[in-house]
Design a binder for this molecule. Sequence first.
Ligand SMILES: *Cc1c(COP(=O)(O)O)cnc(C)c1O
Length: 399
Amino acid sequence: MLNEIIDLDKKYYMNTFGNRTPVVFNKGEGIKLYDTEGKVYYDFLAGIAVNALGHSNKDFIDALKAQLEKPLHTSSLYYIENQARLAEKLVSISCADKVFFANSGAEANEGAFKLIKSYFYKKGMTQKTEIITLTNSFHGRTLATVAATGQPKYQKPYKPLLPGFVHVPMNDWSALEKALSEKTAAITLELIQGESGIYPVEKEYIGKIRDLCTKNDIILMVDEVQTGIGRTGKMFAYENFDIEPDVFTLAKALGGGIPIGAVCAKDFLAAAFEPGDHGTTFGGNPFATGAALAVLDIIEKDKLVENAKNTGDYFKAELNKLKEKHTLIKDVRGIGLMIGLEIDESVAKEVFGKLFENGFLASLCGGKTLRFVPALIVTKQDIDLLVKVLDKILNEIKK
Ligand SMILES: *Cc1c(COP(=O)(O)O)cnc(C)c1O
């Protein structure tokens, strides 16, 4: 079975993902995944911060089943109950006043970039054409988001890149000041860089950016695609930094595995979208928005944001204890259940491989950092198991 699937993939699927980890999962249960051989894995990756509720959550399945009995899709020519209710819900729990739904993180970011452009166009400030983003950021794989992403490895084959994006290193105030000009329309950033290895911004830096944007008619856009929906122990990561963005984007965990993205903006900015300025066929359809409503309901009912905070703090403390014992651990970073464990570069790949062999899923970011972004239902017992295995693996390598 496994070999057959790998052969089919190699023959028929475009080779964008190279040699994937040779495993197929066909059953899930909370934090656990089972492969086609029946081997169990503890899933500390959650489909890259997507499966906030874990696998096969009973309440989620019931909600999805109920939605399947109703029209899955009706088009944006008509009003959609779930879409309106989800927009209301997101506004009620965030700093945003208005919402627009897309199908993915990249598409939500595209929507936000278009909103920013539209805002300055309508103010007659057409000189504002530049968006400043950070080095080592990740904002998606479409042509605009690849230009926004501050990592040359994602950009190489796609020159000339879409113009209008300028990159500066994170937490470097003077570099940011130098990049500012009368062309600056927006500053876009992740509050914790995910793909490049779990790097949080400094609170002082983002606070200064907030002030700068307010004083100079610059839009502050936060990409919460990975950090949003409880991941950091708050519903949205910006709550950890005592700032409010003018616009933020969501995707990954919002649909609990059903694809959906969202652009969430303050009124003054949202008003820049007028009829005809933006659109989508699938975005915000009854099924996807029904799924997201269920995700938010279950997160609230099961107190999963609180769980993310408690287990996240515990997780980080346990990893810091492990760091005391093992010089191969270079750093522990992150907030809530978005944690990076930086390992000595010479053995990081080996540790990552051994974790998988021992039945623990994570991802390796930036070549040396293990990224742990488990479902928000993870328990301290699950974390203990992972930490014990990490301890064992590091002891074996050290000997
Ligand atoms: C994953 C991610 C994206 C891209 O989302 P897609 O759904 O893959 O398009 C954008 N920004 C951040 C911060 C992400 O982590």
